[in-house]
Design a protein around this ligand. Structure first.
Ligand SMILES: [Zn+2]
Length: 137
């Protein structure tokens, strides 16, 4: 499955590489400001709160609350066509910002409720990239 992953992959750059290194170890992280402690996501060259460029990555629990999800019925990339409809969710982390991911383990919208406790799991899609999925906690 890993070798014919046909979906778009994230581009790892100097700002996001800390996240992807931790994701490869199946640890969810968010960017944190060394100046003011603000935690944010996705990666940014400066803190959105105080504009400091002293940023680091902090591992979070991976637990949170389901705040929304969307179901895609159209494939904007060919790699998603076989999985239509697919689902993208937003999870408010217990110890961080809202993050975006997919439902994991074949979870369907009928299986979840708004406000449900969720936890992260990771899927290794290439040797470098592990993607965050969310399942009920
Ligand atoms: Zn800051």
């Amino acid at each position: 499955m890993m070798k014919d992953y046909g979906k778009p992959l994230p581009v790892i750059d100097e700002y996001s590489k800390g996240y992807w290194n931790l994701a490869r170890q199946h640890r969810l992280s968010v960017q944190a400001c060394r100046q003011c402690g603000h935690r944010h996501f996705p990666a940014s060259p400066v803190c959105p709160s105080c504009l400091s460029d002293a940023q680091t990555w902090e591992v979070v629990s991976g637990r949170g609350t389901l705040v929304s999800w969307a179901t895609f019925h159209r494939a904007y990339w060919d790699g998603f066509r076989a999985e239509l409809p697919y689902h993208v969710c937003l999870v408010q982390l217990d110890d961080g910002p809202i993050v975006v991911g997919n439902f994991g383990s074949g979870l369907l919208p009928g299986d979840v409720k708004m406000g449900m406790p969720m936890q992260v799991e990771f899927e290794d899609v290439t040797p470098e990239i592990s993607l965050a999925r969310f399942v009920p906690a």
